[in-house]
Design a binder for this molecule. Structure first.
Ligand SMILES: CC1=C(CCC(=O)O)c2cc3nc(cc4[nH]c(cc5[nH]c(cc1n2)c(C)c5CCC(=O)O)c(CCC(=O)O)c4C)C(CCC(=O)O)=C3C
Ligand SMILES: [Fe+2]
Length: 339
């Protein structure tokens, strides 16, 4: 028997028209402590782009590339896609899978790290969607966090080199690399990772973000000074979230005489709205105001190495030879963090 009979991409979802923005934001923030002003503000980010988040098209593009890669790797798995917060909704996709007779599913999330929001929330949503289907809901394995897989790290390194190349030589000389990830509440960060393990102040999430930054910098033409910054904070002001914010840090660096920054959105898999607005609009404006150089590296998106990583994860979990589960073998990973 084949270990899996379908592949599933699980993503966040995003609106694709002005009338979808508010209902989408309501889905994302249901039961969560997000102030209304923050919601209105985030809504404006989407309206600036006609109410269209790039994330769904990025998922379609990734799925098309993965389908082609499966074909050339002789992997014969039907490909499905379900989102946590907008159509195609995960629950509907699971129902379709059940109708199609799918029994065992390997799922890859568009989220590389370990914290509640990037992993546990996906697992909980999978459970909820399965429960809604009752008895013979397809079984779903979610692949491990892939933040230190070469298929994630190498595209980031290549795109960081490209961003550095776009800077004038004098700015490049003194540039600071800012590796940017989604801020989360500090309490959520502290709980990230394997229970009983010890981590830095931002939990496994913070350690993993540092590790990936280090792996990327090791792949550049020289040692560049780098640091981790955070973006896209929400929640009430009274609640501590991971800092420094990318814009605040740029201000300090400019005051210290740093001539330019390259921002690497290594906390993300694709250039979705939080990259397009919070970095390409907001952080860029901050740099202009401060009079420092600014370049933003691309995120992995549909880089061929990232697409191959998905195929590789399917192989890892499926077992290449005698249909053995390779998850017992060491995973393809460059870093040391456990999770
Ligand atoms: C760690 C993390 C990732 C990275 C990886 C992952 O986990 O996938 C991520 C990704 C994304 N976040 C996204 C959008 C939003 N996230 C929000 C709110 C929140 N995100 C959080 C964390 C993360 N988010 C948290 C702790 C909250 C607070 C509410 C809560 O505790 O749940 C809100 C509500 C309004 C706001 O406050 O911004 C929106 C609209 C989109 C879609 C972008 C598009 O449309 O292109 C994507 C890929
Ligand atoms: Fe988010």
């Amino acid at each position: 028997m084949r270990p899996y009979d379908a592949f599933l991409l699980i993503s966040f979802g995003g609106p694709e028209g002005e009338d979808e923005v508010i209902p989408f934001l309501e889905n994302v923030t249901r039961g969560r402590n997000i102030p209304r002003e923050r919601l209105a503000e985030v809504g404006e980010h989407y309206f600036l782009f006609g109410g269209v988040s790039p994330i769904n098209q990025q998922c379609r593009d990734l799925l098309a590339a993965v389908t082609a890669d499966f074909e050339s790797a002789d992997i014969d798995l039907p490909v499905y896609w379900g989102n946590r917060f907008w159509t195609p909704m995960l629950t509907d996709t699971l129902e379709q899978m059940k109708k199609d007779g799918v029994r065992r599913v390997l799922a890859v999330p568009t989220s590389a790290y370990c914290n509640w929001s990037s992993r546990t929330a996906y697992l909980e949503d999978i459970d909820r969607a399965r429960e809604a289907l009752g008895e013979d809901a397809p079984e779903i394995d979610l692949v491990r966090p892939f933040y230190d897989h070469p298929g994630f790290v190498d595209p980031l390194a290549e795109y960081t080199r490209d961003a550095l190349d776009r800077l004038p030589a004098d700015q490049r000389e003194g540039v600071r690399l800012l590796f940017s990830a989604h801020s989360i509440p500090t309490a959520m960060a502290e709980r990230s990772g394997a229970p009983g393990e010890t981590y830095g102040p931002a939990g496994a999430y913070g350690d993993q973000l540092h590790e990936v930054a280090r792996l990327v910098v090791d792949r550049l033409d020289r040692e560049y000074p780098f640091e981790i910054v955070y973006q896209s904070r929400s929640g009430p002001p009274s609640q501590p979230w991971l800092e420094p914010d990318v814009n605040d840090r740029m201000e300090e660096l400019a005051a210290e005489g740093v001539p330019a920054v390259v921002v690497v959105p290594h906390g993300f898999v694709s250039d979705h709205m939080e990259v397009k607005f919070d970095l390409d609009v907001e952080a860029r404006e901050t740099a202009e105001k401060l009079g420092i150089g600014y370049q933003r590296a691309l995120s992995p998106g549909t880089h061929p190495a990232f697409v191959s990583m998905v195929t590789d994860l399917v192989r890892e979990y499926t077992g290449r030879a005698e249909q053995q589960r390779l998850s017992e073998l060491p995973p393809c990973a460059m870093g040391q963090c456990s999770c």
